[in-house]
Design a protein around this ligand. Sequence first.
Ligand code: PMP
Length: 416
Amino acid sequence: MEGVKNIISEVRSHFPALETSMNGRRLVYLDNAATTQKSREVLEFISGAMVNKNANVHRSMYALSDLATEAYEAAREKVRSFINAPERENIIFTSGTTASINLVASSFCQAFLKEGDAVLIEADSHHSNIVPWQLAAQRVGAFIKVLPIDGSGNLCTNLAESLLTPEVKIVALTQVSNVLGVENTIAEIIKIAHKKGIPVLVDGAQGVVHSEVDVQKMDCDFYAFSAHKIYGATGVGILYGKRDWLEKMPPYMGGGDMVETVTYQKTTYAPLPLKFEAGTPNFTGAASLLPALETAEYLRRGEVGDALKKEERAIVSFMMEKLSQIPDIEIYGTPENLEKKHPIFSFNVKGVNAGDMAQILDKMGVAVRSGLMCAEPLINSFGATSALRASFAPYNTLEEADYFVQCLQRALQMLK
Ligand code: PMP
């Protein structure tokens, strides 16, 4: 027990933000599904790179630019190995999960979606895995189909077979919903879709933080995630794509770096991955994925990984038990098997405004999200117009979960 405590306090010392105060209280940061705090290694890398590696990438014949390019490409290699992609050409840097999904929705659909076709999405999708598909569908007169979830927040995998009709040209799944925290059964759906020759994109924005991802094992065709949710910089995203699809898809944006030759009338494009990386990328931010993913590995490997996993499972049991004891509470995402539940807890208490709860918690130093959480159709399906969400990262503790519950109970006493 003491050993686990020591490991956790050592882990937390890597994240300077966790030692700060808010509203005169020690910060208890429970909005990790929105963005994670950065490790010292990432912060030091970024400030160092701004001085020692700050030159534009892939462009120049001088040493400083080479250093910047090497750091950018080293991060690409780190991402490749982190998600076990076969080649560097599979890894495209974007500005975030949203940009990665927009890239596929726009480029894939331009080539392969026509009038009368459909895109299958999930009922628990984030807006960024809904709206890009609507935009793409509207351009050609295609439509959106929705794979439902059940009352506990489990995906209705049994309906996939019947929903995957011949007009469906691509499936957009969510590995873990940012509201429900439930690990979705995407492997099964990918299998069914592939049997019918339909490619699958997976939104891994939350999934990559909480589970080991192997894109070859998962066999998804595209996988999207954001650096800022996994201890890295904001404004950086990753799109993994199978080479065959990426080769067949037209460029998404035009500009510098994505070209081979340009005339006033015609352009030939750079090979992968640069074909999809027009313009100056956030090269320092992207390069910081190297220390960010090393941080992620440090948090999940060896005795540190074991200790944090144990703490995470204790947090999930504790939170589900304590929250369910609150009168008039409705918790979203309550799988029977708690092994499927990641530490993301969204709920409403009848008669209490989620925003009011969040504001009172903030006064106690607790940072949580309230609102629609970019999942309006899902929140509305619960008959709600907002919810409160506490989302934990591996550096959060059971003690913080306990403090959160105590503060919530005090807030409810004030508001009820
Ligand atoms: N999908 C999911 C499941 C998310 O949680 C988020 C971020 N809340 C996104 C997509 C969008 O990520 P970003 O804003 O970094 O593009």
